[in-house]
Design a protein around this ligand. Structure first.
Ligand code: PEP
Length: 269
C-alpha cells in the first residue's frame, strides 16, 4: 500500500458542487442552469449548485419542472428558529422552498463575516437537527501551510464536529466535508494532487480514529480551490477525493460541464 492511501477501494459516488457566491441574477442563473449537462438516470454522481439566496426559489421551480436531478444548496443560513436577526434566514425557511443542503464554514464566511469554529459548529448542529445536509468547509491559510501546521489546523476545525455531533448524522451521510485550502480559493493556485490526497487521507484517518472505520469510508470529502477543467480529472482520481466544491469555474457552463465529466470518468459505481 502506498503511503497516504486508504486501504479499501471506496464506493463513494463523486459529487460536484458549484458555489456561485454573490454572482448572477435570476435570468443569468436560469441561463446557466439550462446549460448544465447532467442526467442522473445515466450517471451515479451528484451535481449540486449553490446560487445566491434570492435565486433559490425560482431555480427550484425550474429544476422541478424539468425533472432535473441537479440539487440546490444554500450558501448560508442562521441557526435560530426565528427572531430578530436582520438579514438572516433559518433552516426551516430553506426547507420550505425545497432546499435541503447548506454550505457551512466557507473561508469567505470565516474571513469576512467573522464566523468562528464555535458559530460554525452551532450552525452545523442546527442544520443537521432540521434535516439539512451540510457541506462543511475546512482548510488552512498559506501561512499555516508554510509553517507546516496545516494538518493541525484542519484537525482543530474538525474536532467539535467529530466529537460532539451525534454519530447518527455521520452514519446517515448528512455531512459532506470540503477541504478548501484558503490559499487556493479564487487564486488560480490549485493544491497539487499529492497535497490534496495527503490532506484527504489525513481527514479520513481522523474520522476513522474518532468516529469509526465504516463511517470514515462512507463520508464524502470534496476538494475545493481553483478547480478547473484542466486539473479536475487528476484531483478527482485521487483515492480519497470524492469530488469538488467549485467556485469560479462553476459560473461558466462549459468549464462546469467538463468538471462534471471528469467526475463521471472517476465515479466508482
Ligand atoms: C470556493 O469558493 O469554494 C472555491 C473553491 O472557489 P474557486 O473554485 O474559485 O477557487
Amino acid at each position: 500500500m502506498k503511503l497516504g492511501m486508504s486501504k479499501q477501494n471506496n464506493m463513494r459516488n463523486k459529487i460536484v458542487a458549484g458555489n456561485w457566491k454573490m454572482n448572477l441574477g435570476i435570468s443569468d442563473s436560469i441561463e446557466l442552469v439550462q446549460k448544465i449537462i447532467f442526467d442522473k438516470h445515466k450517471d451515479s454522481q451528484r451535481v449540486i449548485i449553490a446560487p445566491p439566496l434570492t435565486n433559490l426559489y425560482r431555480l427550484g421551480q425550474l429544476l422541478d419542472l424539468n425533472n432535473s436531478k441537479i440539487e440546490l444548496a444554500a450558501q448560508n443560513f442562521y441557526f435560530p428558529k426565528a427572531g430578530p436577526f436582520t438579514g438572516e434566514v433559518s433552516a426551516e425557511m430553506l426547507l420550505e422552498i425545497g432546499v435541503n443542503i447548506v454550505i457551512i464554514g466557507h473561508s469567505e464566511r470565516r474571513t469576512y463575516f467573522f464566523e468562528d469554529d464555535q458559530v460554525l459548529f452551532r450552525k452545523a448542529q442546527s442544520a443537521l437537527a432540521h434535516g439539512l445536509e451540510i457541506i462543511y468547509c475546512i482548510g488552512e491559510t498559506l501561512a499555516e501551510r508554510k509553517a507546516e501546521t496545516h494538518l493541525d489546523k484542519v484537525k482543530s476545525q474538525l474536532d467539535d464536529l467529530m466529537i460532539k455531533i451525534d454519530k447518527k448524522h455521520w452514519a446517515s451521510n448528512s455531512i459532506i466535508l470540503a477541504y478548501e485550502p484558503v490559499w487556493a480559493i479564487g487564486t488560480g493556485v490549485t493544491a497539487s494532487k499529492q497535497q490534496a490526497q495527503e490532506m484527504h487521507y489525513f481527514i479520513r484517518k481522523l474520522l476513522k480514529e474518532t468516529i469509526g472505520s465504516k463511517i470514515s469510508q462512507n463520508i464524502s470529502i470534496l476538494y475545493g480551490g481553483s478547480i478547473k477543467s484542466s486539473n479536475a480529472l487528476e484531483i478527482f482520481e485521487q483515492p480519497d477525493v470524492d469530488g469538488g466544491l467549485v467556485g469560479g469555474a462553476s459560473l461558466d457552463a462549459s468549464s462546469f460541464n467538463s468538471i462534471i465529466e471528469s467526475a463521471r470518468k472517476t465515479d466508482k459505481r
